[in-house]
Design a binder for this molecule. Structure first.
Ligand SMILES: O=C(O)CCc1c2[nH]c(c1CC(=O)O)Cc1[nH]c(c(CC(=O)O)c1CCC(=O)O)Cc1[nH]c(c(CC(=O)O)c1CCC(=O)O)Cc1[nH]c(c(CCC(=O)O)c1CC(=O)O)C2
Length: 348
């Protein structure tokens, strides 16, 4: 009897050095693909797409059909948690998400943590459908935003440059602010557990704005909540691989890895490769970190950097990815060239 070889992505996450790096790309489904734009138009607005299991499954599968990534990431968004908590949310064309902000402990009563699954149920159905429709060698990743990053949108009411409102609350009323973070920690654990029960084999926690905090606050609002989420998940699923993505935190990534218990960590574009190989990859598998703009540029600049990243990180467990998500201006054929290069070691 032959046993099926374990999936490449899961092997790298378990600490194996694989024959080639598994690869997937943050935001691999999305606006850069014409077939995504067509499905999105069919769905109506962005939230309708996220909550339509058949169409969300379809857009998750689209990049796999073209490029055969080693992992599929559930199509959803980090802001579904505020939506499920009852915070009014809209995505405006050309502007991104807009929320009715929550800015003080007194306003927390506007949130209803009791029944998030009612709103999020279609997402679990998408995961469940994907677990049977993705190719058998492909790994299914579920995800959520980390509490700090999700809170930035909830408090600022939109994407922010300076984080004034959330930082004022955090510095001025840490006890009140921690009540919001507690709500988010609990909701995130519950949300990710449901994704795992529906078939997600790995989860990734996106802390995109972790890098805007001074280090004591980083410990309180990034390390602490992430550690609680990892523990909450492992209580039910002791072997669940969890990938952390604390973007922009520089050397604090070492403490992040040591203290949160994540299985692997995603490196942003600014992380020096040799430093990461010596200080991070010696502790956990790493994922990353091609500049998404090189994927827009393509050609030799992109190909040389891909080769460089692989060379410098291939001697220890490694998953190829970007340092942040694909941007809408990316030519789809450049993603094809990347996929070819990783799979065969030469450009198409
Ligand atoms: O400007 C801002 O601050 C808001 C950014 C924004 C978010 N959702 C959003 C937007 C509007 C937009 O991208 O235009 C709204 C959003 N989320 C998504 C899309 C699809 C796309 O990018 O074309 C879009 C654009 C929606 C559309 O108009 O069709 C999907 C999404 N968000 C996310 C993921 C997870 C992943 O990256 O793989 C995924 C799924 C990717 C997949 O299935 O392949 C995660 C997400 N959403 C978000 C963030 C925060 C940081 C950021 O991206 O700036 C993050 C975490 C991160 O990327 O680091 C917030």
């Amino acid at each position: 009897m032959t046993t099926t070889p374990a999936k490449l992505m899961l092997r790298a996450l378990s600490g194996e050095i694989t024959e080639r790096p598994p690869f997937w790309l943050m935001r691999q489904a999305g606006r850069y693909l014409p077939e995504y734009r067509a499905t999105r138009a069919q769905a109506g607005n962005f939230l309708d797409l996220c909550y339509n299991p058949r169409l969300a499954e379809e857009v998750t599968l689209q990049p796999l059909r073209r490029y055969g990534m080693d992992a599929a990431i559930l199509f959803a968004d980090i802001l579904l948690i505020p939506d499920a908590l009852g915070q009014p949310l809209d995505y405006l064309e050309g502007e991104g998400p807009v929320l009715d902000p929550v800015r003080s402990a007194g306003e927390l009563s506007k949130l209803n943590p009791e029944n998030i699954h009612k709103t999020l149920e279609p997402v679990y159905e998408t995961v469940s459908r994907l677990s049977s429709s993705i190719p058998s060698d492909c790994t299914l990743i579920g995800f959520a935003g980390a509490p700090w990053t999700v809170a930035t949108y909830m408090v600022e009411g939109r994407g922010s440059k300076d984080y004034v409102n959330i930082k004022k609350w955090m510095y001025g009323d840490p006890a009140g602010f921690s009540a919001l973070m507690d709500i988010l920690v609990e909701a995130t654990i519950a949300y990710l557990l449901k994704q795992v029960e529906a078939g997600a084999e790995v989860v990734q926690i996106f802390d995109t704005w972790a890098g805007v905090l001074p280090d004591d606050e980083f410990r309180k609002w990034v390390l602490g909540p992430t550690k609680r989420i990892v523990e909450g998940l492992r209580h039910h699923h002791p072997d669940l691989p969890v990938i952390g993505f604390p973007k922009g935190v520089g050397g604090n990534i070492i403490d992040f890895v040591e203290e949160t218990g994540v299985t692997a960590v995603s490196l942003d574009t600014g992380t020096p490769l040799d430093w990461a190989a010596r200080n991070v990859q010696t502790r956990v598998p790493v994922q990353g970190n091609l500049d998404p703009i090189l994927l827009v540029q393509g050609g030799a600049a992109m190909e040389n950097r891909i080769a460089e990243i692989i060379n410098r990180l291939k001697s220890a467990p490694f998953i190829f990815n970007l340092g942040h998500g694909i941007i809408p201006q990316t030519p789809p054929e450049h993603v094809g060239a990347l996929s070819q290069l990783i799979r065969d070691g030469s450009p198409s």
